[in-house]
Ligand binder design. Structure first.
Ligand SMILES: *[C@@H]1O[C@H](CO)[C@@H](O)[C@H](O)[C@H]1NC(C)=O
Ligand SMILES: *[C@@H]1O[C@H](CO)[C@@H](O)[C@H](O)[C@H]1NC(C)=O
Ligand SMILES: *[C@@H]1O[C@H](CO)[C@@H](O)[C@H](O)[C@H]1NC(C)=O
Ligand SMILES: *[C@@H]1O[C@H](CO)[C@@H](O)[C@H](O)[C@H]1NC(C)=O
Ligand SMILES: *[C@@H]1O[C@H](CO)[C@@H](O)[C@H](O)[C@H]1NC(C)=O
Ligand SMILES: *[C@@H]1O[C@H](CO)[C@@H](O)[C@H](O)[C@H]1NC(C)=O
Ligand SMILES: *[C@@H]1O[C@H](CO)[C@@H](O)[C@H](O)[C@H]1NC(C)=O
Ligand SMILES: *[C@@H]1O[C@H](CO)[C@@H](O)[C@H](O)[C@H]1NC(C)=O
Length: 816
């Protein structure tokens, strides 16, 4: 499998005299220093001479890199370098590095300005050691380590190096630029080893595109404790319980005879290489393994812009991504194909109105190319011709993708573009015939004021597209998406909802389900209604299901059970979990649902790292639409009665899917019990449950309001652990903040949300409408959906509970 990879560096550029040996024996005294000079900078060598520490000349411009490299091989591979947070990471000719007692290594420019210092943990440096392992260590008098490069790694790990949690590798900018790049490998605090993109210049990480999944999720103690690259050249995560998760398969090469390294490459690939120590002739590094297999397919909305940048197309070549631009687009940075592409034209609706579209655009057709995350509308059933035409006539549309009767219309900037031969799709890209930019709008209408205003906004919109693109280049904005959720991506282009089972419910025998779940072996969760197990139905190539074993054996409701199941069975909506079938055998009552891969909304929202604002908005829309369907659009009205984040699941695409609907009626007898427990803690339950009032769909609206606030704030509705009493009850606190005009506090100063203030404010107001104590004041779900979507204007809501602290304060203020 292994194949040779030319080293990233142009070795011919680096003609360091190999013969220069500073006989340090690995030990460097305080006061020793090195100067960056082209001619005879002699680095500090390790005792064996394998590794060198010093100024590495960067070929041209008299620039040097303070770094560690392999001293005995011509492919001068850098394994560590200093000063990475600096844009250039380089030091000019004449710079010095001194080993000092109190500040460790100090790098100064020729003018004497400090460029970088290692610092030390408390202690006085006695000496430095360039170890044969490739580790440069600062030691105190007792040979205790005060600072070492192994604990401050850049993009490479070496045998003998170990990572604790929260330590990371980050890639370099490009083959020849050693400042910090946009890929990061991190052993998370939850034990998961992930690789993700970060949105430079911040360290905000997007959803990972590779994860080992070594969390406590499955078995207690299985979370990763450290990442070990052992001296034999094996790389693995050691679990808390001592188990190992190997990153590779097969035998490692001999660490005695080979140099071995694992590098997070500038294109996001984490790979292990080896190079023989004793060699003659033209020998280079050999790839042993790399992850992920196909990085082009690993990008998705929440993993940021993708390896190739905006508007580009990623193709896998020798396991590495290569990037190109579609016709009508060109590289933003001609020297760096990984920065993305810019359109060679501006598309604007105003302008398109002026001339007929046909005169302006050509359509370029591509097969098996997709930009999976930039669509704004989906049409189905549709034909390829209609798809092409629909995009052609739509001034917002940049590209349309057609696949299996479905047409996705996409807008700029396109992200995560890739070629996938398995796709069987067609792409229609609109390309302007000439390169003209927007014409200066001339007033042509009787009411010029209005027209002018419209024209201006178009110009601004067009500009902001361009601006957005160029900002991306500088990594200032980017899609600021963060996600702490563990993802294992699958190459899967079929939504799980499309698994077609018989539209009527199937009846299963208990034995069948016992088999399907391997004797109820793997428990997925426990709810008020029962315990859920994972299973596989032997239909076709096997369909994964979640089997819910209902807790309470309900006598005397035989008929009701069937009727109710029929109602549930007839529901069909993309925001609902599908019920496949059931088992009703003696004492046993089980329900068989489709299995959703991404867990509950609760586990998604309430983690340390906030999911992206965009994604949370989509989830809120999804829940609202699902509820609207239950209330108004299915044949029999269904009141859920138990809307909460634990009952909202996320599918492969992080679409919200409501579960457990229809069960409330079935398990009526159980309700009083459940709800007494919640009473007084102000959870998701509408006040009418406690007030002898009729239960209507408005109870769901109330619960939705609470969930919406949780989605906005990424915190639980009741936070008893929060010492701050004011914040303990989410609904009260949000209303307080809302009154005080402190939207930013509500989202904890989250940049993305505040950048979308209109939506944020809208959502907060809708949520406050939903949690009105008086059910008649709450809007119905149709109105909620319309308000969320901005179709209907949202009025300023009144105080939700007239007797709450916040509202009394409000009336006090207004009296004053
Ligand atoms: C490396 O990349 C950074 C950021 O793009 C840039 O500012 C810097 O000039 C580059 N350094 C070199 C040596 O090209
Ligand atoms: C580094 O060492 C050189 C030579 O001894 C000396 O001139 C210079 O002042 C030193 N710099 C620092 C910061 O100690
Ligand atoms: C240096 O490397 C040797 C193995 O070559 C190792 O035993 C020793 O602990 C290392 N010393 C330090 C200070 O890391
Ligand atoms: C390194 O790890 C491999 C695989 O887990 C193991 O077989 C080997 O004994 C380890 N070597 C050392 C020196 O610990
Ligand atoms: C290096 O390889 C050559 C030929 O392959 C062999 O003769 C020599 O003994 C080797 N040296 C060492 C130190 O292994
Ligand atoms: C070394 O080998 C590589 C391919 O393995 C080749 O591209 C390169 O030109 C060779 N260099 C020399 C100096 O022979
Ligand atoms: C797409 O539609 C445009 C406009 O009708 C037409 O000119 C073009 O030939 C169509 N392309 C394909 C591949 O159908
Ligand atoms: C449009 O721009 C592209 C790329 O800049 C160029 O190759 C092409 O010749 C231009 N076409 C016209 C009609 O100016």
């Amino acid at each position: 499998m292994a194949f040779t990879v030319r080293l990233l560096l142009f070795s011919s550029l680096f003609l360091l005299p190999v013969s220069v040996f500073a006989q340090t024996n690995g030990g460097i005294a305080v006061g020793d220093f090195l100067t960056a000079t082209a001619a005879n900078s002699s680095p500090w060598l390790s005792p064996s001479g394998d590794f060198a520490f010093g100024f590495f000349p960067l070929g041209s411009n008299d620039l040097f890199l303070l770094s560690i490299w392999y001293a005995k091989i011509p492919d001068r591979t850098i394994v560590w370098n200093a000063n990475r947070d600096n844009e250039a990471a380089v030091a000019p000719k004449g710079s010095t590095v001194n080993l000092t007692a109190n500040s460790g290594l100090v790098l100064r420019s020729p003018q004497g300005d400090e460029l970088w210092e290692s610092g030390t943990s408390a202690g006085v440096v006695a000496k430095g050691v360039m170890n044969d392992t490739g580790n440069f260590v600062l030691q105190d008098r007792n040979l205790e380590s005060l600072w070492e490069t192994f604990n401050n790694p850049t993009d490479t790990m070496l045998p003998g190096q170990t990572f604790e949690r929260s330590r990371k590798l980050s890639s370099r900018q490009s083959e020849t630029n050693y400042s910090k790049g946009r890929f990061q490998l991190l052993l998370q605090d939850d034990g998961n080893l992930v690789i993700s993109t970060i949105n430079l210049p911040t360290n905000l990480a997007n959803a990972p595109y590779y994860a080992t999944d070594t969390t406590s999720g499955t078995v207690a103690g299985s979370e990763g404790k450290e990442l070990v690259f052992n001296v034999s050249g094996y790389l693995y995560v050691v679990r808390e319980n001592g188990g190992k998760y190997n990153l590779e398969v097969g035998e490692a090469v001999s660490a005695r005879d080979n140099y071995i390294r694992a590098t997070l490459n500038f294109d996001g690939i984490f790979a292990q290489y080896y190079h023989p120590k004793n060699f003659t002739g033209n020998v280079s590094w050999t790839l042993r393994w790399s992850e992920p297999d196909d990085i082009c397919q690993r990008n998705r909305e929440d993993s940021g812009v993708g390896v190739c940048g905006y508007n580009s197309i990623c193709t896998l070549k020798d396991k590495r991504p290569t990037c190109g631009c579609p016709k009508g687009f060109s590289l933003l940075d001609p020297n760096d194909p990984y920065r993305g592409c810019k359109p060679d034209f501006i598309q604007g609706c105003e302008e398109d109105e002026l001339s007929r579209t046909n005169d302006l655009y050509d359509v370029e057709a591509l097969t098996n190319t997709d930009w999976p995350t930039s669509d704004y509308v989906q049409l189905k059933p549709f034909t390829a011709e209609k798809c092409n035409e629909s995009c052609f006539q739509d001034c917002l549309c940049a590209v349309a993708i057609f696949r299996s009767e479905t047409c996705w219309k996409k807008k700029l900037p396109l992200s995560n573009g890739r070629v996938d031969t398995g796709l069987n799709s067609q792409a229609f890209i609109k390309v302007r015939k000439d390169n003209s930019t927007l014409p200066i709008p001339a007033p042509q209408h009787p009411c010029p004021d209005d027209k002018k205003k419209k024209s201006q906004t178009t110009v601004i919109r067009a500009e902001s597209v361009l601006l957005g693109t160029s900002i991306f280049v500088n990594f200032i904005l980017g899609a600021c998406l963060c996600l702490g959720f563990v993802l294992i991506f699958r190459k899967k282009h079929v939504r799980s909802a499309e698994i077609v089972l018989d539209s009527n419910l199937r009846s299963f025998s208990y034995e069948q389900l016992r088999e399907a779940t391997n004797d109820f072996k793997e428990e997925l969760g426990k709810g008020a209604f029962g315990t859920v197990y994972k299973g596989v139905l032997q239909i076709g190539s096997g369909v994964q299901v979640a089997v819910k074993k209902l807790n309470y054996v309900m006598q005397e409701i035989e008929k009701e059970f069937k009727t109710e199941l029929n109602v549930i069975g007839q529901t069909h909506h993309k925001n609902l979990v599908r019920l496949f079938g059931y088992c009703d055998e003696g004492q046993q009552r089980l329900l068989v649902y489709e299995l959703l891969s991404n867990g509950t909304l609760a586990s998604y929202l309430f983690t340390d790292i906030k999911p992206s604002w965009r994604q949370r908005i989509e989830i809120a829309y999804g829940v609202a639409r699902g509820l609207l369907y239950l209330h108004e659009e299915c044949s029999t009205q269904i009141i859920h009665c138990d809307i909460k984040p634990q009952n909202i699941l996320l599918d492969d695409y992080y679409t919200a899917r409501i579960s457990d609907f229809g069960l409330a009626k079935l398990l009526k007898m159980d309700q009083s019990k459940t709800h007494t427990a919640i009473r007084g803690t102000k959870g998701y339950v509408a006040p009418e449950w406690f007030r002898n009032m009729p239960i209507t769909t408005k109870v769901d609206v109330y619960s939705f309001g609470v969930v919406l606030l949780e989605i906005i704030c990424c915190r639980r509705s009741v936070d008893v652990e929060n010492n701050c009493e004011e914040k303990a009850i989410l609904t009260d606190w949000v209303y307080d903040c809302f009154l005080g005009g402190a939207l930013d506090a509500i989202v904890d100063y989250e940049v993305q949300a505040l950048g979308d203030k209109t939506t944020l404010e809208n959502f907060v107001m809708v949520a406050i409408w939903c949690i009105q104590e008086d059910p008649s004041l709450r809007p119905n779900m149709r109105k909620v959906v319309q308000m969320l979507e901005g179709v209907v204007e949202v009025q300023v809501p009144p105080c939700p509970s007239p007797f709450s602290r916040a509202c009394l304060k409000e009336s006090f203020v207004s009296q004053v």
